[in-house]
Design a protein around this ligand. Structure first.
Ligand SMILES: [Zn+2]
Length: 64
């Protein structure tokens, strides 16, 4: 019954390449020399990313 042993297939290399920008990029902010990761698609580094976190708790502030 040795013929009935299930054999896994060995994974031969990656089926697809990870998305990456070819060259290293710098932060879009002037005077910032932070190099962005090839896998980071954003323009700015984490320090300069114009992120706005919505207010999740507390009173809802009425907009003007
Ligand atoms: Zn920056």
């Amino acid at each position: 019954m040795a013929e009935n042993v299930l054999k896994g297939k060995r994974i031969m290399g990656a089926s697809r390449a990870p998305k990456a920008v070819n060259e290293a990029r710098a932060c879009a902010k002037n005077d910032c020399e932070t190099t962005l990761s090839r896998y980071n698609k954003r323009e700015y580094c984490y320090a300069h990313a114009p992120t706005k976190f919505p207010r999740l708790r507390g009173r809802i502030v009425a907009e003007n």
